[in-house]
Write a protein that binds this ligand. Sequence first.
Ligand code: FE2
Ligand code: FE2
Length: 271
Amino acid sequence: MTAILTRPNWTTDLELEIFDKLLDQHAPHLPKKRLEEPRPPKTAEERENFYHYRVAGAAHDLFIVQVCAKIIDSFADPELQLFLSRQIGDDGAHAQNTRLRAQAISGQDPIEDIQKQVQKHWDYMGDLPIRNWQGFLAFELHYELHIVALLLINSRTSKINDPDSAKYAAQRILPDEAVHRLGVVDWWQRKFDQASPTEKEDLIVQVLEADEEGQSRRNPYLWDHWLLSQKGIGIEIDELPILYDAWRREVLAYFLDIPVSQLPKLISVSD
Ligand SMILES: [Fe+2]
Ligand SMILES: [Fe+2]
């Protein structure tokens, strides 16, 4: 029997199509592209808030590096190892660039502040990212895919940015992150597509359970982070929690190859 592929490939175009559909449903007044260019932080207070926002960004990337470096040896899957080695290299480079930009703006090396924030990720995520493949997949989903709703909102509505950071993000971070998301999709699909229908049902339950644990672990962080984004780059979007939840459902429905409406009720970022 010839297998019929029903799922479209995961691409950045598909991401935009899904996200813009969610905007139409939940926040039609939000722009589909950037209307106004951001400006650099001006006052001491703005620079301070922007610094904390950048430290959080570097910590997100450095946490990914630390998790992937710990776990890479536990998978006997050379394809996955090659992907993870790229992810480690890229996210390490992103963290380093962000560190240097934060240093240029504040006049101090933020490495200790960054590592303090990385430790907070370890504290709230616990051993989930390195517990087993299910936990690691949930980690990748949360740190690479579920955050896309916020990234897209930022890219369209942020009011403050540093021009050098914006240039690096456009040239390096955006294309790298698209590769990371594809790498996660690819690893998962190699596993899922060869499973039998009964095995698939089992996998779906396991992935949802790990992803839900990730969500409840991340909820307090996400609210803190959104407050930081509001202060640091001027993002003020009331619909952010709704868009976050709806986007996460779309990602999970795609991964598990079931319609969004057939997903069970999931933990909300607002729970
Ligand atoms: Fe990154
Ligand atoms: Fe990444």
